[in-house]
Write a protein that binds this ligand. Structure first.
Ligand code: SIN
Length: 394
């Protein structure tokens, strides 16, 4: 079967959805997703989304992102992301996203390696709030079609240019021919035994890119989140958001001693936990929320509270066992500042791409923002090229 469209987007997380929303309505857009539309990691993001609070916050936000990334970040990308952040938040609110507010003013939370609170949130399900609102808007668009349970198996390369993708779905294989292709297939956690990601997210786009000689970058830059709920059950690890530590939760070893500054960058906290587990010969350390009021726990972290309760822990009264697990991929398909890959006609955005914004270690709550900023840039660039009807470029 062959299908023709103007733009094909692989992936329906925030990068794919926001890309579709930023394309002109005159274009036919086909989106595919490997499972159902709600099974993207964007839905799982808990902590929040960073924003530049005011002009005075620029230097500090820039420095926090660079320091967490071990100064291996691409500075241009960091600058673009930070300067675009307020616009993105305004757009999200226009699409109906609600962030926590008090007396009409934003409430900001904090996470590790941030020198001040600058993270907007919606309870502890910020990703679900953003992604579900964007998904609803996309589903209302007459120019966008979504195919679920459809897996990208390859891209179509002709004369060195991308002409679409090959996909396998419930009705068999389809050659989806498109003027432009946007890869937004998310992370690689499905390759790990212990990950916070959906197991079907296995880095397919990166593998395809490698097969076609498309430039990739930092494929060994994988982030391990310090705190997931310890469990011996198989399946996805449940995240205990870093914003819990930002609001005052602390880590203890089995001797009830603190052993690390909980608000250090993720890689530092993860290393300290692993060393402590090794030293004590244990499979987890403890996280205590006893310094957070019950009211704050119920209001800010209701889903974490409920999940832990279902697992037998009342976080308002007891410590919970936590262990690091794979969480995020900083490397990926190399892209430029408008998310164009090294292959003409092919764009990538979100976790599968690498625009260098995160360097060697992502600063907490920069992932949703980065996905949104750089998928919008991809969409605008595609629109510009299609308007000019430039089919062969670069
Ligand atoms: C968290 O809530 O700890 C995860 C947020 C993120 O990965 O930035």
């Amino acid at each position: 079967m062959t299908k023709k469209t103007d733009v094909v987007i692989a992936g329906t997380g925030v990068a794919g959805l926001y890309g579709a929303l930023n394309l002109p309505r005159s274009l036919q857009v086909l989106m595919i997703t490997k499972k159902d539309v709600k099974s993207s990691d964007s839905f799982l993001a808990q902590g929040g989304i960073c924003v530049l609070r005011d002009a005075d916050d620029y230097d500090s936000y820039f420095e926090d992102t660079m320091r967490a990334g071990h100064y291996e970040n691409r500075k241009e990308s960091v600058d673009i992301m930070i300067r675009s952040s307020r616009h993105v938040i305004e757009e999200l609110e226009r699409y109906g996203v609600e962030f926590a507010k008090k007396n009409g003013a934003y409430r900001y939370t904090r996470e590790g390696a941030h020198s001040r609170p600058r993270i907007l949130f919606h309870e502890d399900i910020t990703g679900e709030e953003i992604t579900s609102k964007l998904l609803k808007k996309v589903q209302e668009l007459p120019n966008v079609t979504i195919w679920e349970e459809t897996e990208m198996t390859d891209i179509i390369e002709e004369d060195g240019r991308c002409r679409g993708i090959l996909a396998k779905g419930p009705d068999g294989e389809t050659e989806i021919r498109a003027s432009y292709t946007l890869l937004a297939t998310g992370g690689i956690g499905g390759q790990y035994r212990h990950s916070t990601n959906f197991p079907h997210l296995t880095g397919d786009a990166v593998e395809i890119a490698k097969r076609h000689g498309i430039r990739t970058e930092h494929l060994d830059y994988v982030q391990i989140h310090p705190t997931t709920l310890y469990s011996t059950k198989p399946g996805r690890r449940f995240l205990i958001s870093e914003s819990v530590r930002g609001e005052g939760a602390v880590l203890y070893n089995h001797k009830k001693e603190r052993f690390v500054d909980e608000l250090k960058p993720r890689d530092v906290v993860t290393k300290a936990i692993r060393e402590e587990m090794e030293k004590e010969g244990t499979d987890y350390v403890w996280l205590s929320m006893e310094h957070i009021s019950k009211e704050t726990i119920l209001e800010h972290f209701p889903h974490i509270y409920r999940h832990c309760l279902e697992e037998g822990y009342d976080v308002t009264r007891e410590w919970i066992p936590v262990v690091p697990a794979q969480h995020y991929f900083m490397g990926g398909i190399w892209v430029d500042s408008v998310s164009h890959t090294s292959m003409p006609g092919l764009y990538a955005a979100g976790e599968t791409s690498c625009n260098g914004v995160h360097g060697a270690n992502r600063l907490a709550s920069n992932s949703l923002l980065e996905s949104l900023v750089f998928s919008e840039r991809a969409a605008k660039d595609i629109a510009k090229k299609l308007e000019k009807r430039i089919i062969i470029e670069k």
